[in-house]
Design a protein. Sequence first.
Length: 295
Amino acid sequence: MATNQNRRTAIKGLIAGSAAIGASGMLSSFKAAENEPMDDKLKGNINHAVCQWCYSDISVEDLCKAAKEIGIKGIDLVGPKDWPTLKKYGLFSSMCNGAEIGLNDGFGDTQFHAELQKRYAEMIPKVAEAGYKNLICFSGSRRGKTDEAGWTNCVEGLKPLLPIAEKHGVILVMELLNSKIDHKDYQCDRVEWGAELCKRLGSENFKLLFDIYHMQIDEGDVIRNIRAYHQYITHYHTGGVPGRNEIDDTQELYYPAIMKAILETGHKGFVAQEFIPKQKDKLASLKKAVHICDV
């Protein structure tokens, strides 16, 4: 009969062995996804895009050239002045900007409604005329408001714009941002909060931008939330956690599984890379990230 000490030793050995196998299995599966041959033949299941601001030291023209070579279809967060360059390379403005005041001053505050309504009423037809669909917007900071006050104010500010958006086939897209690290006091910081706003507005022309980086920081449970709230989500952003850098095995999220979950929801929109490259060759990092997400 084994002694208690022997039992403890045996159990410790089993646990250590299982942990090592599990960890190496996860790492090898990530490496397999990360190290797939990176030719220009993407699978075609994901509409890949990239956020221009992450490559601010690269001209829009050069970013478009690189995106075209990688197989990226859209450039996020560019306004009318850059649309001709995108069109030159056959790229889509996958998330238009230029109507917002800023991240802090959004539809959650009535003091900004008049200016925002003017800006968006002018920009929506421009987006449609250019052949694009998504126009970003923000809740702005909480500034001591309750959830209920934030919802009420956002509805009041956005509702007059919805007939214009519906007429032109444009979707107003509110981004989910974390309020813990990057955007202190931002109100639309949980997917449930954004989904409730979607329900109250009741229009297919108002949806959410689910930023995976931001939502991992503020609430986690990324895949379950994507499955639960996908009907309110029209666009996704990536980013490594922590640090918003490369989405490889240096961070805590496993993006191939997240991308598969997104595909399973029937998502037909874009997934845009929005990480800040740490590697010297930023465009190589971008290409690597696209292939990690190309499931």
